[in-house]
Ligand binder design. Structure first.
Ligand SMILES: Cc1cc2nc3c(=O)[nH]c(=O)nc-3n(C[C@H](O)[C@H](O)[C@H](O)COP(=O)(O)OP(=O)(O)OC[C@H]3O[C@@H](n4cnc5c(N)ncnc54)[C@H](O)[C@@H]3O)c2cc1C
Length: 462
């Protein structure tokens, strides 16, 4: 393939659809095409960034007025060994496809994001975490090796044992060091079903207590908070504590009939149906209703398909489009000591500003040794907002929370969900040493800054 640099640009955005950023988009279909593209680009004076399915909320897969290489066309499964659980794929294979390939043989990806659309390449570049982060770590911890096309057009295999520093910078490096074109991943054994126990909790500290209480035995855990609860209801929520289980028939309990196959082409067109409800009064009622139903079912146990548990956000595909002015997510990771206080203050502040989050999720985490890591021995709280015309007020409020509460508590942020951090705040979040080490690594493998994104310009460039 050749890049026609005079070609029309396409309007791209992150999953939050908060802004649009035009770029020339190229769609190679194999690694050799990626190499030839990179060679052409490196002499053109233009910059480029990789893009998978565009599920990062903000700007890591955008490159305004420059070039974007979408790797969804590199979507072949190169090898699958059901005896060892090792799979070799191109980066454009989505995590949903990965599940479909391995599930029938009794395996499942060890770490998954909350939607089935993200690509393997995007999950490596963001180093995604799942509802088992405290137990199984991040996506990058399950990689045997990967092939990278670097800025000079060379293709090299990078593995955690032989190229530790480079490996730990590329994973979670948001495509800024090179393009991933092949990866070998380890899968985990799974029956494809989980037994899920549900508990209601009266506040954030209670929710954390439940997660801590089950952390030594559960396989997956997630907390949900009614972001509209105030006063005595502040931080009230529900937890789902899930355990790997045998087949539904043998595991006992009520079996959910809702399976992964329910999500089809039809459901992806249904999102306009929720448009009339994408407003504050409806969402507030929905949060209260969810808490009410959940609290009536506290202590209940159900066997569910892993599709439904893992891909919770796909309950209605493309639901983000129902929010006309876009969605902003703010996910803060805070060490255990201060987590409850920081989350309580953060939630109170956004409520006082008149913008309670429409979706609020709590997870338990552990640290990891990737260079740009948000991992902490503590918890994360993610809050989704639909700011509408009040985006400036929301960003000012969140910025104050970052400066005054999160960073002083050694909190961190996850760049796949971020759109607001400044360069200075990112240095505090990841640590100046880690940021400098990443920039040094970039100078070594990409001295002419070929790989650039809107996020890079915001957080890294001088
Ligand atoms: C509904 C929803 C739920 C989510 N749940 C979770 C969750 O539970 N946990 C979590 O951690 N994240 C979660 N995410 C975030 C999401 O998993 C990440 O943003 C992921 O990176 C998206 O993959 P993608 O293929 O869409 O990548 P994109 O968004 O297209 O790109 C993300 C980054 O990857 C880089 N990239 C993509 N392909 C390549 C490649 N081949 N080589 C090099 N770099 C590449 C891009 O340059 C960019 O920096 C969620 C997102 C949504 C919208």
């Amino acid at each position: 393939v050749t890049i026609d640099l005079s070609r029309q640009t396409e309007a791209l955005s992150g999953w939050g659809r908060i802004d649009s950023s035009p770029a020339q988009v190229v769609r190679p279909t194999n690694a050799a095409e990626v190499q030839s593209l990179i060679l052409q680009m490196s002499g053109s004076g233009r910059s480029v960034i990789g893009r998978g399915s565009g599920y990062s909320y903000g700007d890591p897969a955008l490159n305004r007025d420059q070039c974007v290489v979408e790797t969804t066309g590199l979507n072949r499964v190169l090898n699958w060994d059901p005896t060892t659980g090792i799979i070799e794929v191109e980066p454009g294979v989505t995590v949903g496809q990965l599940c479909q390939i391995v599930a029938g043989d009794g395996w499942w990806p060890p770490v998954l994001p909350g939607a089935k659309g993200p690509t393997v390449g995007g999950c490596l570049a963001s180093n995604v975490h799942g509802k088992n982060n405290w137990r199984s770590g991040t996506f990058g911890e399950h990689v045997e090796e990967m092939d990278i096309v670097f800025a000079d057009g060379s293709l090299k295999t990078v593995s955690p044992n032989q190229d530790g520093d480079l490996f730990r910078a590329i994973i979670g490096g948001f495509g800024l060091l090179g393009l991933i074109v092949r990866v070998r991943l380890r899968m985990s054994r799974s029956s494809g079903h989980l037994r899920v126990e549900r508990f209601a909790a009266l506040g954030i500290e209670d929710l954390m207590w439940v997660l801590d209480r089950w952390s030594s035995t559960a396989d997956y855990m997630v907390g949900w908070i009614d972001g509209f609860g105030t006063g005595k209801d502040l931080g009230r929520g529900l937890t789902q504590i899930a355990f790997e289980t045998d087949t539904p028939r043998r595991a006992g309990g009520r079996v959910s009939s809702f399976t992964g196959t329910t999500y089809g082409a039809v459901s992806s067109k249904l999102w306009p149906l929720i448009k009339p409800f994408a407003n504050r009064p409806s969402i507030e009622r929905l949060n209260a209703f969810q808490y009410l139903v959940g609290s009536m079912n506290t202590g209940s146990s159900t066997v569910v398909s892993r599709y439904n548990f893992d891909f919770f956000h796909d309950f209605l595909p493309n639901w983000n489009r129902a929010f006309k002015d876009g969605i902003l997510q703010y996910q803060l990771f805070v060490p255990r000591k201060d987590a409850a206080a920081v989350f309580t203050t953060a939630l109170t502040r956004v409520q006082e500003a008149g913008m309670p989050p429409f979706l609020t999720v709590l997870k338990l985490h552990r640290p990891d040794d990737f260079l740009l890591s948000e991992g902490v021995d503590g918890f994360s709280l993610s809050m989704d907002f639909a700011p509408g015309k009040r985006r400036d007020l929301l960003t000012t409020t969140l910025n104050a929370i970052t400066e005054e509460i999160v960073l002083p508590a050694c909190g961190r942020f996850y760049l796949a969900k971020d759109y607001l951090l400044t360069r200075d705040q990112a240095r505090k979040s990841f640590g100046a040493e880690a940021m400098d080490a990443f920039i040094d690594m970039k100078r070594q493998v990409d001295p002419n800054e070929l790989f650039v994104s809107d996020m890079y310009r915001r957080l890294f460039a001088d």
